[in-house]
Design a protein around this ligand. Structure first.
Ligand code: NAP
Length: 288
């Protein structure tokens, strides 16, 4: 059976590694903040304070790190580069297509293999094994690794490295734009004295409705953004990645640039680590 190195056991990585352990797949876990490894250790994972040791001990390494800088610092350090030879890296965080291709090139140059498998869905979907797993890889890599990826949800081969990263950014652009659009309309009807229940009743019956609106309604109504599944700072990262790729492609993306201003306003008000629906505060309160 394949032995998996898991680098990055934050909000998503910890329950994802737990899914592997639940399937009796041996895991060697590394995280910069060592205390976050404790639940996995209690569940039978080997843990280590060295990413290079984790890589050297396994066949396949899953990365669930915050961003491309974290990947370079954790998995592409001098000590890791040697260990990567002959190993396969599956990158599952949200980074841009160009960042993913750069990282692929670096790993291939030291004799490793690389595929990307970013995910849509959050902690509840991890726990249920219902993530949507977008795979950027060759057909052969997909055939080889899809059984492992099925522990997280149903994998879909999008195309070569870069295509899955691009798809993930396109989806997160929708998260940002839909949430900001809903927050603006919600703030507007409240200030206009419209009954929110009646507004929601109409919205739910219309073609404009998206399920994410109801998922975020109570948080926005109560200004309760604690215990996030997906923090605002990561949505801002993804907005910035999307804007930079869109610019390179010659797309007019100023609608999303407007959303970025709102998200930055919420971040500057101290909400970076709160749920991303806190962008509502950037729209509906006088912040900063
Ligand atoms: P998170 O809780 O913030 O975890 C980030 C991980 O990256 C932690 O292990 C953190 O280590 C590590 N890290 C960050 N900067 C580092 C650095 N400079 N050096 C070493 N390690 C570093 O984030 P998450 O929610 O699990 O998300 C992980 C990735 O998945 C992100 O790309 C995110 O956009 C994406 N994603 C998240 C969700 C979601 O719902 N949360 C859904 C889909 C995709 P420490 O513990 O030491 O800080």
């Amino acid at each position: 059976m394949v032995k998996v190195g898991f680098l990055g056991t934050g909000l998503m990585g910890q329950p994802m590694a737990q899914r592997l352990l639940d399937a009796e797949i041996p895991v060697v876990a590394y995280n910069r903040t060592l205390s976050k490894l404790e639940p996995l250790k209690d569940s039978g994972a080997e843990t280590t304070d060295s990413a290079a040791d984790a890589i050297a001990a396994v066949d396949c390494v899953i990365l669930m790190l915050a961003d491309a800088d974290a990947i370079r610092q954790v998995a592409l350090s001098d000590s890791c580069q040697e260990a990567l030879k002959g190993r396969t890296v599956i990158q599952m965080g949200t980074i841009s297509p160009r960042q993913s291709q750069d990282i692929q090139n670096q790993i291939v140059a030291v004799g490793g293999e690389y595929l990307e498998a970013p995910v849509l869905g959050s902690i509840p979907q991890v726990k249920d094994g219902k993530l949507q797993v977008m795979v950027g890889a060759s057909e052969d890599q997909f055939q080889k690794w899809q059984e492992l990826l099925k522990n997280f949800g149903e994998p879909l081969l999008m195309g070569p490295v870069g295509t899955a990263a691009a798809t993930k950014l396109a989806l997160n652009q929708l998260i940002a734009s839909l949430t900001a659009g809903f927050a603006l309309s919600l703030g507007f009807v409240k200030r206009q004295g419209v009954d929110v229940d009646k507004f929601m009743e109409l919205l739910r019956d219309s073609a404009l409705y998206a399920p994410t609106f109801d998922k975020k309604l109570n948080r926005m109504q109560d200004s309760n953004f604690a215990d996030p599944n997906f923090p605002l700072k990561h949505l801002l990262k993804d907005i910035n990645l999307f804007l930079s790729e869109a610019k390179a492609e010659g797309l007019e993306a100023s609608s999303l640039a407007g959303v970025r201003q709102v998200v930055e306003k919420a971040k500057n008000a101290g909400l970076a680590d709160e749920d991303y629906s806190s962008l509502y505060s950037g729209i509906n309160q006088t912040l900063g």
